[in-house]
Design a binder for this molecule. Structure first.
Ligand SMILES: NC(=O)C1=CN([C@@H]2O[C@H](COP(=O)(O)OP(=O)(O)OC[C@H]3O[C@@H](n4cnc5c(N)ncnc54)[C@H](O)[C@@H]3O)[C@@H](O)[C@H]2O)C=CC1
Ligand SMILES: O=C(O)/C=C/C=C(\O)C(=O)O
Length: 484
């Protein structure tokens, strides 16, 4: 047992309703981004643990899949209640583990975790189409549980992104093996305890800890896994797709982005600047972040001036401090990756109007919010996901040019538009390649809506009934008239 931020956390796996300690793989150090100190030694799983977790989930599947919708929904509500009771503990532990702001965890992220469970519990009870008739034959559509689901999640919003998958998978009557990111293993372990207290039967929810290739590899290659849902990077998605291919395991992939924020001259510039500065949230470690600021030339000067003034006022520091706006990067390896992008951008001729390096005053893993201008067309900084607090500024003169620039990467996760003209909004949004488009707003999320990415930003959609479509074997039963 480890104590993190004053909270007791089990550092092992959770398999078949039991805590399972390290096996032959030993442990790995879980390091806090706040001070780079080890907060826990975590069980380092491998093929044996993946096998054991899938077997436990497979054993639990028949009973769970036959449990009534009402009972499944009741248990998911009980889990949500357990999350609500522990918001402060979860917030503190998540902040210690991934360095995101405790104020965001308290007020936004952990309530969203509970909402993930409640939303899919309630949605389950309303799931269903009207039967339809074909020459007197009834077509009845049902969503049958698929089996064991392997869920693989990243470190930037660990519990929120994990429960966004766990909740619909369980609601649908499946059993789950979760593999959280190795940089942020702790809240998955706390969630395991919450599910047990809520009364979820043993083996319905399992957690295996460890490195991606070591435990995630065998998990995603396992023939008894019937669905894989993954959020993370494009290279890992390709490895998972290759592992899943021999079994033709259906995949849902939510991947990276290089999303644009288009600012037209007719926009409310204060709003546009607020939207732009918001892109530094979570120290830029947000897949949806609109990291490319595309601004109409006629307002670019004024926009830049106001942006720099507002961004300069952001307070960087300890994420446990309520006054902090920007915390650290997740890990030294990640900071070095971010810094590599920044150095290469400078070498390519881009000019940093803001930031441009680590925060030397704070040291550690703090990276200064950065804005580049003047990057040459096609430069890496304009096309590749940095996943840090690094934005670029480009200008355009026509709507046509703005759309071409917005769509000009291999990604298509999201796009944001600032304009005062509803007609322009309609024209432009219809041409943007993105899974989510926001007009004069950002990160407004409704769980009924589909979520995912176009191009290399993903495959498939989750959210609302799209989640049930993915996590279920959707079946149509056609019955001839009984009375002839
Ligand atoms: N579209 C979306 O909703 C989101 C996408 N992301 C993307 O995630 C990335 C950042 O997360 P990272 O943790 O660095 O991504 P990553 O791809 O390195 O790791 C994600 C997860 O995959 C696991 N993994 C690694 N190799 C594996 C393998 N061979 N088999 C099975 N599992 C394996 C890791 O252990 C981790 O749990 C960014 O590119 C970001 O854009 C992050 C959040 C949301
Ligand atoms: O709201 C969602 O379901 C997904 C959000 C993604 C992030 O929070 C992120 O990448 O940080």
């Amino acid at each position: 047992m480890a104590a993190v931020a004053g909270v007791a956390v089990e550092p092992g796996h959770w398999i078949g309703g039991e805590r399972v300690g390290p096996g032959s793989g030993g442990t790995f150090a879980d390091v806090s981004p706040i001070d780079e100190r080890t907060v826990a030694e975590i069980a380092r799983g491998g093929a044996g643990e993946a096998e054991a977790a899938v077997a436990a989930a497979r054993r639990a599947f028949p009973a769970w899949s036959r449990t009534s919708r009402e009972e499944r929904a009741r248990l998911l509500h009980a889990i949500a209640d357990g999350v609500d009771k522990r918001v402060e503990e979860l917030a503190q532990v998540e902040t210690a583990d991934n360095g995101a702001l405790v104020r965001s965890h308290r007020r936004g992220v952990m309530p969203r975790v509970a909402h993930n469970f409640r939303f899919f519990a309630d949605r389950l009870l309303r799931l269903g189409h009207e039967d339809f008739d074909t020459r007197g034959h009834t077509n009845h559509v049902s969503w049958d549980p698929a089996g064991v689901c392997a869920l693989i999640t990243p470190w930037n919003a660990p519990l929120m992104l994990a429960t966004w998958k766990i909740a619909p998978a369980l609601a649908a009557g499946n059993t789950v093996v979760l593999k959280p990111a190795e940089w942020t293993p702790l809240t998955a372990s706390l969630l395991a305890g919450i599910t047990a207290e809520a009364g979820l039967p043993d083996g319905v929810f399992n957690v295996v800890q460890g490195y991606g290739a070591e435990v995630g590899g065998p998990l995603t290659a396992h023939p008894d896994v019937k669905r894989i849902s993954f959020t993370g990077s494009v290279p890992t998605a390709k490895a998972i797709a290759a592992a899943a291919a021999p079994n033709l395991t259906p995949l849902s992939l939510e991947l990276g982005g290089k999303s644009p924020l288009l600012v037209f001259a007719d926009a409310d510039l204060d709003l546009a600047v607020d939207l732009a500065v918001e892109q530094y949230d979570n120290a830029g470690q947000v897949c949806l972040a609109a990291t490319r600021l595309l601004v109409e030339s006629s307002v670019a000067g004024e926009f830049t001036e106001r942006f720099l003034a507002k961004a300069a006022a952001l307070r960087q520091g300890d994420p446990r401090d309520e006054a902090t706006d920007i915390g650290p990067q997740i890990h030294r390896r990640h900071l070095e990756r971010v810094d590599g992008f920044v150095r290469r951008a400078k070498d390519a001729g881009a000019r940093a109007l803001l930031g441009g390096g680590p925060n030397e005053k704070l040291g550690g893993l703090y990276y200064r919010p950065t804005l580049f201008t003047g990057a040459p067309e096609g430069a890496e900084i304009l096309t590749e996901e940095v996943f840090g607090p690094v934005l670029t500024l480009q200008t355009f003169d026509t709507e046509e040019q703005a759309v071409a620039m917005a769509n000009g990467t291999r990604f298509g996760l999201a796009a944001t538009l600032a304009t005062g003209d509803p007609e322009r909004a309609r024209r432009v949004t219809s041409r943007l390649v993105a899974g989510t488009v926001w007009v004069n707003c950002f990160f407004v999320r409704d769980l009924r809506a589909p979520f995912g990415g176009a191009r290399e930003s993903g495959m498939g959609r989750e959210g609302g009934d799209w989640s049930f479509d993915f996590y279920c074997d959707v079946k149509n039963t056609v019955t001839a008239p009984w009375a002839r």
